[in-house]
Design a protein around this ligand. Sequence first.
Ligand code: ZN
Length: 195
Amino acid sequence: MFIEPKNNKGWIEVVCGSMFSGKTEELIRRVKRAKIAKLRTRIFKPKMEIRYDKVKVVSHDDNYADSFPIEHSREILKWVDDIEVVGIDEAQFFDADLPKVCNILANQNKRVIIAGLDMDFLGKPFGPMPELMALAEYVTKVHAICMQCGSVAQYSYRYSREGKQVELGEKDQYEPRCRSCYTKGMVEQEQEEDK
Ligand code: ZN
């Protein structure tokens, strides 16, 4: 459980993990606690994230908070003059400027909380996430449960290998898997393609 450090200076937190690992829920939990502490907060997300709702950050269990959809990460800088805690959801979909933007925000004494997928369905580091994890003071990796064996899961296994890096689909297309069940599934997919 992440406990907020007590100081007025800025810093960066990253919450990362696979799909269905509770990243957005954790982001929302932290922002809610900041609100209770009477801090001014705002959550941003990439405009392309239109899974359920255009304005709300929606997590898989319908726990949500209001958010600002934006196209480029630099836009965040225009909307945070009076904001003390900046949340960023689905950070993996943002452009390569996001790490720079987060550093600027933290250097302005803002607390920056980032949630995102650390790996895509091929098991590769996703977008700006690796850089953000390197720059952050605090990194929390949250885990889902493997739907094959019940172990701790860190991979987003996708049944189809066609299409974009991550389709904005849902449970029917993806399932969280542990390392060994993920690897087994990927080998099976390759064998299927070779047929
Ligand atoms: Zn497993």
